[in-house]
Design a protein around this ligand. Sequence first.
Ligand code: NAI
Length: 503
Amino acid sequence: DEAPGRYKVRSLALAEAGRHQIRLAEHEMPGLMALREEYGDAQPLAGARIAGSLHMTVQTAVLIETLTALGAEVRWASCNIFSTQDEAAAAVVVGPGGTPQDPQGVPVFAWKGESLEEYWACTEQILVWPAGEGPNLILDDGGDATMLVHLGLQYERAGVVPPNTLPGEPDHTQEMNVVRDLLRAALEADPLRWTGIAQQIGGVTEETTTGVHRLYHLAESGELLFPAINVNDSVTKSKFDNKYGIRHSLPDGINRATDILIGGKVAFVAGYGDVGKGAAEAFRGQGARVIVSEVDPICALQAAMDGFQVARIEDVLDQADFFITTTGNFGVITAEHMLAMKNKAVVGNIGHFDNEIDMAGLADVPGVVKTEIKPQVHEWTMPAGSGPAAADGAARGERSIIVLSEGRLLNLGNATGHPSFVMSNSFANQVIGQLELFADMARPADEQQYERQVYRLPKILDEKVARLHLDALGVRLTELSKAQADYLGVAVEGPFKPEHYRY
Ligand code: NAI
């Protein structure tokens, strides 16, 4: 269903189903609900116009409605072509008080299974507001909305769009051609569109490791157009969502996609950062034997001490039944690797972008055949004579591998992403980040705290986010006595750790 400029979703008829799920999710998101309680009356986001680009799930619906409960106007798109839950998108458009015939909610431009052209058009929609206004804040996941503003401005000023969003990234030419076409059309419609949009934006809060990486890069090269808050590196985000969220949603994605028993199998996990730690633990919890790869000696040693075999992918291609990338890097699984994998190996990525697995290289293998088992699950049958003779007796040429979500993050493509409780932590950080930036924008210029740099939230707010989630789990926190606090050199009410503490 579509109303130009107002929404574009799969079907508003799904709104009731979405609303039931949102209602249950609210119960599991005490952090967001506590922020509604704390700030609802004061309306601290009144006047904020937030452009959100983040997986349009049920949990994100609760985030969006928290932002509006605090006074913000919001427009939303998903940050991945496969991650939208259509019923959640419909419910947000209809709103708690509306009907499909009379939608009263927030403009959303997102549906599961967008093309790349549609994806970028949706991202543009959140930045172009009615009456020629633009957003004054961005809430981003992976940095695509932020990139579009930077690229748009660059295109308007110099007429160029680079082949990649970051120097040194692999060739994104195909996707960047889509962006270039969109920018060219925008320029024809309004030669100063991006100048106008960029001028109004007072800051961005960024959700994930990959988007934060882009922001630091822009800040270092002096190109960052507005202040940024790195939500990912709040402890209550990356040490919870990236780890415990993945521990839940990785097996969820694999199960919904394949229903292959994990117990007793061999699972290979590339990367042992926060996401890799959650992935490896999930596989072990299901009874798999886990092999990890790392480039960082510290993380490799951690994996070994946690009891995992640490090896290179090329040495275990014929052993693993599951291959999962969690690195945020590119080219981690190559076409050559996939040609040498065990028959019916399951291959998936859970890092932000789809370039961790060389899907283009796989498609270019002469004679390879792709069969859709169901949406976001594809069997790739290898050409006769390629790869090693399979140990399980499959004749040469009869081997195939199963690729999930076409190499895009499988926990959101094949399942519904992380569960509500962990996202309540991440999104409470998002809301607090938006409050911080918006409050700063209201100060006179010479009193503003945030420059065109990347900031983390203060530790006391990180601790606050954790506090908001303790009661729901029955946690009874011990309190320091004044004497104990003095002995440790901290305040009774925190913060409890120095900045360099690693948790
Ligand atoms: P991280 O930086 O903590 O971990 C990545 C690890 O991969 C690092 O330890 C690094 O040394 C390792 N690595 C890099 N290149 C490698 C290679 N070629 N082979 C083996 N290991 C390699 O990052 P984090 O937070 O774990 O995030 C990883 C990715 O997952 C990012 O793209 C992030 O945006 C994404 N992410 C996805 C989520 C989801 O729901 N699917 C949730 C959170 C993050």
